[in-house]
Design a protein around this ligand. Sequence first.
Ligand SMILES: C[S@@+](CC[C@H](N)C(=O)[O-])C[C@H]1O[C@@H](n2cnc3c(N)ncnc32)[C@H](O)[C@@H]1O
Length: 310
Amino acid sequence: MGYDGQIEIVASPQEYNYRNKVRLFVNDEGLGYKERESNKICPVTHCEIANNLINNAILYINEFIKNNNLQNSIDSIVIRCEGQNALINFFVKRKDICNYQGIYLVLGENWGIYETYKNKMYHKLGINKLETDDFNLKLEYGVNTFHQVNPYVERMLYKKVIESVTTKSVVNCYSGAGLLSVFLAKAGKNVEAIELGEDEHSEAERLKDKNNIKNLKNYQGDCQIVLPKLDCKDKTIIVDPPRNGISKEVISFLNECGARKIIYISCNSASLVRDIAILRNYKIVKVYLFDMFARTGEYECLCLLSPIND
Ligand SMILES: C[S@@+](CC[C@H](N)C(=O)[O-])C[C@H]1O[C@@H](n2cnc3c(N)ncnc32)[C@H](O)[C@@H]1O
């Protein structure tokens, strides 16, 4: 499917220190990022695009790992921060091998420490969630659930999506922890949202309840199974799939479901182009590129599609 319209580029208000979540791997030298498409770990003591709270902590966590000879006991760590608070999750190879008291004292009471062993997560010390009153909503973030990593661009992306939904009813597929669904509901839309992840679904339900939202229904399940059970005729369908894109079965359903508009959000243009090429009953009407991952070669694409005969 061709597109000869303009592509609007939306810059990130913050080019550096925007990233609110990082995953770092551990080897003999301490913490590092994996090289692109490789398992080689490059040592990291500072990351230009990570939030300063994360950067300050990397130094101390590196010392904690090395001073306690934990290089072979910890596989990786995930840090997520929100305002002045942060959570860290240690993915360990052996359970209860680390005593986190020392690192907790160094990081401070605004931190929470989790340990994950064989896919099970245990809260160890400090705060257990990140809470904020942003956007006039009571928001809550866990350490592992999916959220956009650049909060400045996230706001602009969601604002543009909400502006683009012209129907009263909307189906939000691959809806994550539910922030966009709640914004859409607050904007007066009737929202149905589908998310596979158990943790993301639970977080989305808590978000809905905490904010007393009535016009939103969150379904937990695979879009391939749940979406065909919903009536999508004349509604707007939002899809924001993982990097590998949308399954052929979901695309076939989208082609035939009679949706008024499809809004495709993607962080991988290769799968986006592949999927849109077979979304034959829809045509591209507008494309935006959001610089979600500023100072890297990646970006978030927002693609608005209308029925081919419109
Ligand atoms: C790129 S994220 C988008 C999340 C959300 N739209 C947001 O802006 O935060 C993709 C989400 O799709 C979920 N997911 C992956 N495969 C899925 C499937 N087959 N059906 C439903 N959700 C799925 C993931 O758990 C993840 O939360």
